[in-house]
Design a protein around this ligand. Structure first.
Ligand code: ZN
Length: 671
């Protein structure tokens, strides 16, 4: 197929050289572009977009193959390319002339008549230049660089401490009776850990695959307490493994530096800086949002916890429910109430049926037609390729699905861009192409691969990202599809798509028993739907605790005061927590999302996107879950627009009003 990556011909030995050539061509193009006297959209942005597109077209298949068809040669080539790419990106971000050219264009007469999409491109570029410190005075610019460098150093020190602190602890168990209640798979894992160290018996550690089954299933309360204590004190002075990995000083320094950085760039605090690239407007808006969710979920969380206390009392005469008892009794209560397991549902979700149903739903909603395209070259025999056609029968996008786990393929599920929709300077359109990747169990013998309901939801989620990427009608690459979409809004189309996994009207489309062909029976369906809201309140307030804590420390921190991270966390817990917390709990010391990851002052985004997707879906609940007009409207207002407009405007255009939290609360069973 013309224009698609020739995956079979991509050889590791060519990768580095090809990148070198592209980068040096791009550098030359840029130098020439910046020599121009008169900057215009056509003479400046169009060629810039074209050179960006060339790079991403050549790099995307390489980075994709590195993820799904890894081998030693490719990995070496790939890793050799990474520093070159990051050097190139820094060069562009710190290029004064490039920045000036954007500024000139934004002030030029021409820009008054720019479309919203074009204006957005310029705004985004100027914003990102500002956030990179390019327009600071020399003295401040130097300080900016020092802060960034130090932040990346302590950030990685923080994660190393979490990692080392996690690995420093393990427990050897001789007698399997101590592990009663644990499922076979977890026991096998613990035995394996011991065997790896040439020891008899079992080893437990603080990695999630070992820790979680103990907390959820192990009948031995003393053991649960011991593991819990070790887990919640990781990277703190209270850890049973000692205080070598204590993160307290790092957290203080990170907060101080982030505050200074925000001030340098003209923001009141780091929370405000974080919102510069997000849909949420002001820091107050985030607090109002989280507080409202908290206020309305808390009564339900309290009731659920009360139910759990009662259950534990009746079941085991437990007088006091301790932190290490919560997951254990919750699981017992869940099994008693709903008696349905993910495994039991598998026979009803064979992969071919799930894919067929998913396409049918997309077709009903958006008037598109998806058909297999066996002419598209792929990278593995399991990969399937498809065309998306619009109502007129014209191909508007293509995608690959690589659905099964295999060796040398990165775990997890994701959607990635192979090509972005754009129109070149001659007016020629490049259609979007997507990769959809999952890691489900491959078929065995002549039995199809059977999915759990969770896995079905994952596939729908990634396909939602895919539709956002592929149904766009925007012709400028940097704001088409998922490009340029604010971080707290980019999960809207994906979480939105998940809703159909729970719709009684939709489930028969993607479920059929792999032997009998029978759709998921009502009795199982009802249990599945009922179990969805089990402890929804407790789950909600826990997420809100993390989000509020994150946002609070990043907005309330002041360098001259005696700011205490622990006090901030305590006050948030007082407000929203319902489960008991161990005295020794130092959860903040291992909260890598916000201290070492990209979620600083952004943890709220999880809930934010959930509110958007639930509220968008509620329009379908009102007008019919397969109402083609509602589907068309969602496509036109959200999916087609990509990052060309502010997400708040797009949402309002679709819903006719700003988002409210009601739908999410209703879906959680609180209304
Ligand atoms: Zn996602």
């Amino acid at each position: 197929m013309k224009g698609l990556p020739p995956f079979q011909d991509i050889k590791p030995e060519h990768v580095e050289e090809a990148l070198d050539v592209t980068l040096s061509e791009n550098r030359e193009t840029l130098t020439n572009l910046l020599k121009q006297k008169n900057i215009s959209w056509q003479s400046f942005i169009e060629p810039l977009e074209a050179m960006g597109n060339t790079l991403s077209q050549r790099w995307s298949p390489v980075s994709h193959l590195n993820a799904v068809m890894n081998n030693d040669e490719l990995r070496v080539a790939y890793n050799n390319c990474l520093p070159k790419l990051s050097e190139y990106a820094t060069e562009l971000g710190q290029n004064q002339d490039l920045f000036k050219a954007y500024k000139l264009l934004s002030e030029a007469q021409e820009s008054e008549n720019f479309s919203t999409a074009k204006k957005q491109v310029i705004d985004n570029a100027l914003r990102d230049f500002h956030l990179s410190g390019i327009d600071l005075e020399d003295k401040n610019k130097q300080r900016y660089g020092e802060i960034q460098k130090r932040l990346s150093e302590i950030g990685s020190k923080y994660s190393e401490n979490v990692l080392d602190g996690t690995q420093a602890w393990e427990k050897h168990i001789d007698n399997v009776e101590e592990l009663s209640g644990m499922p076979q798979s977890a026991l096998g894992g613990a035995k394996q850990l011991a065997e790896n160290k040439n020891k008899p018996g079992y080893i437990l550690n603080l990695e999630i695959p070992s820790y979680l089954p103990v907390m959820t299933y192990c009948d031995n309360q003393k053991l649960r307490k011991e593991l819990h204590t070790a887990f919640v004190t990781r990277a703190s002075t209270l850890s049973p493994s000692g205080s070598d990995w204590d993160n307290q000083a790092h957290m203080n320094e990170i907060l101080a530096l982030r505050y200074e950085l925000a001030q340098l760039l003209g923001f009141e605090n780091y929370g405000a800086l974080s919102l510069a690239t997000k849909m949420a407007d002001k820091t107050e808006d985030v607090f109002t949002f989280l507080n409202e969710l908290a206020e309305r979920s808390l009564p339900f969380a309290k009731l659920e916890f009360e139910e759990l206390i009662q259950f534990a009392k009746e079941k085991d005469k437990l007088e006091k429910l301790e932190p290490w008892d919560v997951a254990y009794y919750s699981e017992k209560l869940r099994t008693q109430k709903y008696d349905i397991s993910q495994e039991e549902l598998r026979p009803y979700f064979p992969v071919p049926q799930v894919i067929k149903g998913l396409f049918e739903i997309a077709s009903r909603l958006y008037g598109i037609n998806i058909s297999s395209n066996s002419n598209m070259e792929t990278w593995h025999e399991d990969v399937q390729a498809f065309d998306i056609k619009d109502v007129s029968g014209e191909v508007i996008a293509q995608f690959y699905i690589d659905i099964f786990a295999r060796e040398n393929k990165r775990g997890g599920a994701w959607m990635d861009e192979c090509k972005v929709r754009r129109r070149d300077s001659e007016g020629k359109l490049q259609n979007p192409v997507a990769y959809l990747v999952c890691n489900f169990t491959p078929p065995v013998g002549d039995k199809p691969s059977l999915l759990t309901h969770n896995e079905v939801t994952t596939l729908f989620h990634e396909f939602g990202h895919g539709l956002h990427h592929m149904l766009t009608k925007i012709d400028i690459a940097s704001v088409s599809g998922i490009n340029g979409v604010a971080w707290d809004a980019v999960e809207l189309p994906s979480q939105f798509m998940e809703n159909w996994c729970w719709e009684p009207e939709a489930i028969p489309l993607f479920s059929a028993h792999f032997e009998s062909g029978e759709a998921l029976p009502n009795e199982k369906l009802e249990k599945l739907l009922a179990a969805k809201t089990f402890q929804a309140g407790m789950h909600m307030v826990r997420q809100l605790e993390f989000a509020l804590f994150d946002f609070k420390i990043h907005t309330e921190y002041k360098p001259d005061e005696d700011f205490s991270i622990q006090d901030a966390l305590d006050s948030v817990r007082k407000q929203v927590s319902v489960v008991p917390v161990a005295e020794c709990n130092r959860f903040q010391n291992s909260f890598s999302h916000i201290f070492a990851g990209g979620y600083a002052a952004g943890y709220y985004s999880y809930k934010w996107a959930e509110v958007l997707s639930a509220d968008a879906f509620s329009k379908f609940e009102e007008e019919g879950v397969f109402n083609p007009e509602t589907g068309q409207k969602f496509k036109e207002c959200i999916l087609e627009k990509g990052g060309s407009q502010q997400p708040a405007e797009l949402f309002r255009a679709f819903r006719g009003r700003p988002p409210t939290v009601d739908a999410l609360l209703k879906h959680s069973g609180f209304m």
